[in-house]
Write a protein that binds this ligand. Structure first.
Ligand code: ZN
Ligand code: ZN
Length: 245
């Protein structure tokens, strides 16, 4: 079984009741985060969890709506949650220097035992519970989608994709030749209706559109309607949990 809870589903700008990107992934007794565009700590605490419960954090790319929450998270892990030991995967390691510089002025400095690793394409992580593969997208240099296997399920997090035609140039490539149980895809940098053909060519068992804006919402709904007899489509909202059994 795999459980995904959306802690932040907005695009570059928060919207009412929608934080920037962050998702909690739970498999067996392990927990992971994908992106930290909002500080995950209070959202974890609201669920009876703390940073100490997180085994790894996978950042898709350096934009602030996917990373700004790391500052608060790592600050608290440096002086309060000293038992927290997540492996934090950064696509752009220069953000670690920025993090160190910032946190040196907010508390006693970034705790040295916090573990950071550079994301690279291909097999990235395997703790015996989940296996994570990173696939480059064309959103910006060092931007990645993640294909994650665990609990007998397979989920795809698209991250942000190429503006204009991302569903054709990015999604079609990294969704190909794979039986995906749940594809979580972004919906803001292009017309979401462009997903129609790639999805029909490589249909996941379920689709969840994330990271959409009020401007793209109408065409997200058109896509959902167009696929209604083929693929179940959900629009992600903060607090939504999807369980794959
Ligand atoms: Zn984004
Ligand atoms: Zn971005």
């Amino acid at each position: 079984m795999m459980r995904i809870t959306f802690l932040g589903t907005s695009h570059g700008v928060p919207e009412p009741n929608r934080n920037c990107s962050c998702a909690l992934l739970e498999v067996a007794d392990k927990r992971y985060l994908i992106d930290a565009g909002v500080d995950p700590t209070p959202l974890l605490i609201n669920r009876g969890l703390t940073p100490c419960d997180i085994s790894a954090i996978f950042i898709t790319h350096a934009h602030g709506d996917h990373t700004n929450g790391l500052i608060s998270f790592c600050d608290l892990c440096s002086w309060h949650f000293k038992e927290a030991d997540p492996q934090i995967f950064l696509p752009d390691m220069s953000q670690l220097d920025a993090l160190k510089a910032w946190i040196s002025h907010t508390c006693g400095g970034l705790r040295e035992s916090l573990r950071f690793s550079q994301v690279h394409e291909g097999k990235l992580f395997d703790d015996g519970v989940i296996g994570v593969e990173a696939i480059r997208t064309q959103h910006m240099p060092n931007a990645y989608a993640y294909r994650i296997k665990g609990g007998g399920k397979k989920v795809l997090f698209s991250g942000d994709m190429k503006g204009g035609d991302g569903p054709i140039t990015d999604y079609a490539r990294f969704a190909a030749d794979d039986d995906i149980d749940l594809a979580i895809v972004e919906g803001v940098h292009f017309d979401p209706m462009l997903y129609l053909e790639p999805l029909r060519n490589h249909p996941p068992k379920q689709l969840c559109i994330n990271h959409y804006s009020w401007r793209s919402l109408e065409n997200c709904c058109r896509l959902k309607n167009a696929l209604k007899d083929e693929i179940p489509v959900t629009l992600a909202t903060d607090g939504l949990t999807i369980e794959l059994r």
